[in-house]
Design a protein around this ligand. Sequence first.
Ligand code: ADP
Length: 537
Amino acid sequence: MRSTMQDAPLLIRDMVRHGQWMYADKRVFTATPTGTVHETFARVAERAERLAGALAALGVQRDDRVATLMWNNQSHMEVYLAVPSMGAVLHTLNVRLFPDQLAYIINHADDRVIIVDASLVPLLARIKDQIAGVRHFIVNGPLEDPPFALIDYQEIVAAHEPGYDWPDLDERDAAVMCYTSGTTGEPKGVVYSHRSIWLHSLASTSANSIALSDRDRCLLVVPMFHVAAWGAVYTSFMAGTELIMPQMFLQGEPLLNMIMELRPTVALGVPTIWNDLLRAAGGRSDADLSSLRMILAGGAAVPRFMIEAFRERHGVDVLQGWGMTETSPLVAVSMPPAGVSREHEIDYRVKAGRVMAGVQIRITDENGAVLARDGVATGEFELRGPWITARYYGVDAPELFRDGWLRTGDIGTLDPHGFMVITDRAKDMIKSGGEWISSVALETTVMGQDGVFEAAVIAVPDDRWQERPLCVVVRGSESTVSAEELREFLRPSVAKWWLPEHWSFVDAIPKTSVGKFDKRALRRLYAEGQLEVETLE
Ligand code: ADP
């Protein structure tokens, strides 16, 4: 028997219409060098309609990729609303990538238009010659001496009428795409659908997850180029949650000022940022974080001391979230279950989180056998669900899936109540301040240097950045190559923040039975203090 329900597709345009009408007076705040500006949801949605008209006039069609190279600000939000609603695909570019990676991603995604914040034009100028497929560059903000032809964002929005006729689409059509470097090899594209974004947003309004609602004002520190800002832009229009957009002012001091001035109820970002906020708040006697009902910290493990410090010093609850670019990202949040005393809540908040309805999860051993959900058996997390990716865009990566389940590369335990604890990582990467550094890319470059026989890079703990790379080197015979020389050699090939400051010279790197670098053994040697480490300034 078939149901008698209507078959209405879940489309982003309808989320936009909902917020535009139902929450017309809700506001988006954007930080600027001269103070905060704000605009209503009604106006933002109207400007999104004008933008869609402008993009259509430039020739943007169904399925065309429109990329953004932007900070968190109101214009970026307008692009988020307009591009998928008109049937095109929003591709958010990570401003922290090295130019060559950026060019690779733009070409791989076949971006037709790039909308760029004026402050990021110099970055784009460095790769302009490598991205011939891009037809139009649109700049947001005033710019003296543009290095190449740029269309002015504000002018084209003003020049077009509101009332764009959002088309009917299939809910499975592509809406947003994001590249992840969270695995080995080239960055891989993940494509979210209208449907996946809808369901993920609904889940984010659930009281068992982060319960975003029209009673909230959200400080959105997680960049809009990270997994669609953890979905918060779309959820805000669905739920009437106001947003505060910090632009590039992401240090503890300016964030503290924003919190005290605009009094958000929730804040979303990686642990490194919240550590910095703690430091800034500790240095000010008038620090006041009392408006916050919750800080959602995710993208990396959240240390116990941070959760305790926010609670004890500022009366703020930190909730941990677990997710990946491949998972939209929210899969689990560490909301303590009912009945747990205030004193024992911390034991839940330090876990990666409890899995939300809509996502299926299991852990498996190396042979793919499914392990018990007993909080003891340790294996790799695998996921299935309507907002979990089933493949990558334009590349085959069968090793990252098993029987239709996404292999996460995260290792840990699952307890009988659905709480995940992460204990290790199978993927060979370093997560520094919430951004990935590829250990393989560092190793292959260092091994290209004269005087180096072998090099292996592992993540080591760091107070400020959570993890930093340690490069372990075996010199060639007679070589006296130094850490400084190797760092200088790396400099032209990788982003500055990738450059390892920790180096260790050894006689041999431990190997696995099949002859690969045994990074677990290296990590153990480091933890036991058996590696002599030189740290550069
Ligand atoms: P995001 O932008 O959400 O950080 P990525 O795809 O870049 O997404 O990174 C996802 C990876 O980050 C996870 O597979 C895991 O290794 C790590 N991660 C995310 N959240 C947590 C967490 N709460 N605890 C430990 N590791 C985490």
